[in-house]
Write a protein that binds this ligand. Structure first.
Ligand SMILES: [Zn+2]
Length: 487
């Protein structure tokens, strides 16, 4: 281009355009680059829950893939789940950082006297957003901040909450294999930059189902745990094949543990109080009792000292540390069985050898927790955390401002790598050529730079090559620029 100028082979207009076009192109690239930068630099996070995977399962049989994640990242020995230690309340606590009394999913089976409706995880009632909208799950928050999320069967992720589904999600279907769920998650993380998800959640029903049927002490569970470890290995391998293993922060945890039960440890409520006096809302081992109108005192009186293997609480007397009082969906009377005990109305009901829901401070109720990836330290073991602390940790990793929550980043910050997480704007900058002054300012600056450059350059060339250019110097320096200025 400069050669062309010196040779006088092109017109001044063409030369100036030749200089300006790359600048304009650079400006466009810069805009795209900023958008791309925001998307590319937002850290990636995949949260995996193997339902009912108790904290100590990883040590009872060889679990090489869990050990790899531990060695390459972090492990927390004891995680205190939220009370009650059931599936729906805890999966919602993991993605909101709230105790159940605050996020509103207080049990797997609920009654809301204000709505006069019942909720069951077994029915379509769970798709009514009103049950979920006392809180905002992380996938909604990240999407409102300009990010994208993907959910494979996570409880509540196929419900339209605050007007939003996850950017990508699967309708719950227990018959979809773990491998298929993983393949979809990998697709979503691997999509082109503008479409790739930043945050993924993946749910698998085991080892909970087998734990209920066989009991955690059964040797049958050994094979189930080996199978879960192989599933984790499959996930890690798929992340590697997709080139995501070093980029995606992977957290593997669960909603609760599992306690062994015995047919010898059954409490039959029919022995103590007529079932005509109350509605049985949630099931063993923490039972929500709604006395019939005017029957509270009678029901409570008959139950409170009936059996030493269950605690019977008036709602207002539920221990503070459970954070399980302040919601209309928590029933007026709560019965909590002691560890290993089952509450039934009578023995005709189905019995399970394993269950969860008990006091969340029991070791048997604690879930596994391992994590690896660029945000995490390596080969680090932490003694304990609360599951509600995971939410602020995930927000920190994703550079998302957390909503008010019951967790504490300070409690878990030692899990993080010392490398700072790059700050990311809450939303990619919106480029609007109609309303922004940036392109105008950029163009003016660009023209000014070119003109300035030409003045300096030509003066230098003129001085260096004075003999040969002397006769053209005025044409080169003055008429050329003035002519272009008119254009
Ligand atoms: Zn569960």
């Amino acid at each position: 281009m400069l050669g062309c100028l010196l040779r006088g082979g092109c017109s001044p207009l063409v030369c100036l355009l030749a200089l300006l076009l790359p600048l304009a192109s650079l400006q466009r690239q810069s805009q795209h680059g900023r958008r791309g930068h925001a998307v590319r630099d937002r850290p990636k996070l995949l949260l995996v829950s193997f339902d009912g995977f108790r904290w100590d399962y990883i040590d009872r049989v060889p679990t090489p893939n869990f050990k790899i994640v531990m060695n390459e990242g972090v492990m927390v020995k004891q995680v205190e789940s939220a009370y009650i230690t059931k599936t729906f309340p805890n999966h919602y606590s993991l993605v909101t950082g709230l105790y159940a009394e605050t996020h509103g999913i207080v049990a797997n089976e609920m009654y809301d006297p204000a709505l006069n409706r019942s909720f069951s995880m077994e029915t379509d009632s769970m798709y009514d957003p009103r049950w979920w909208e006392e809180a905002v799950p992380l996938w909604v928050t990240i999407q409102k901040a300009g990010g994208r999320s993907g959910a494979a069967m996570w409880p509540g992720s196929d419900v339209k909450i605050h007007g939003m589904f996850p950017s990508q999600y699967l309708q719950y279907n227990a018959s979809v294999s773990f491998e298929s769920r993983v393949e979809r998650i990998i697709e979503w993380f691997s999509a082109p930059k503008e479409e790739a998800v930043d945050f993924g959640v993946l749910y698998w029903e085991e080892p909970d189902e087998s734990g209920h049927i066989h009991g955690p002490q059964s040797t049958y569970m050994d094979g189930v745990i080996v199978g879960i470890d192989e599933k984790l290995g499959f996930l890690m391998n798929e992340l590697k094949k997709a080139g995501l293993y070093e980029e995606v922060n992977l957290i593997v945890t669960s909603d609760h543990g599992m306690a062994q039960q015995s047919a010898d440890y059954i409490i039959e409520l029919d022995e103590y109080v007529s079932r005509d006096l109350y509605t049985w809302v949630d099931k063993s081992p923490v039972v929500g009792i709604l006395p019939k109108e005017g029957k509270f005192d009678e029901v409570y009186g008959k139950l409170v000292d009936a059996n030493p293997n269950m605690m019977v609480y008036r709602k207002e007397d539920i221990p503070e540390h459970f954070h399980y009082r302040h919601n209309v969906r928590i029933m007026p009377i709560l019965i909590e069985a002691k560890e290993g005990w089952t509450i039934m109305q009578n023995r005709t009901e189905p019995f399970m050898l394993g269950n969860h829901g008990y006091d969340n401070t029991l070791q048997s109720m604690q879930p596994v927790f391992v994590a690896r990836g660029p945000a995490f330290r390596q080969h680090y073991v932490k003694t304990s955390m609360r599951s509600v602390d995971l939410y602020p940790l995930m927000c920190h990793i994703l550079s998302i401002r957390p909503l008010p929550n019951n967790g504490s980043l300070l409690n878990v910050k030692d899990l993080l790598s010392l490398e700072p997480t790059p700050p990311v704007p809450s939303a990619p900058p919106r480029v609007n050529n109609d309303s922004s002054y940036a392109p105008v300012v950029g163009s003016v600056l660009g023209v000014a730079m070119v003109l300035g450059f030409l003045v300096v350059y030509i003066r230098q060339v003129t001085l260096k090559q004075l003999p040969s250019l002397r006769h053209r110097s005025r044409e080169m320096s003055q008429p050329l620029l003035q002519g272009d200025l008119h254009l």
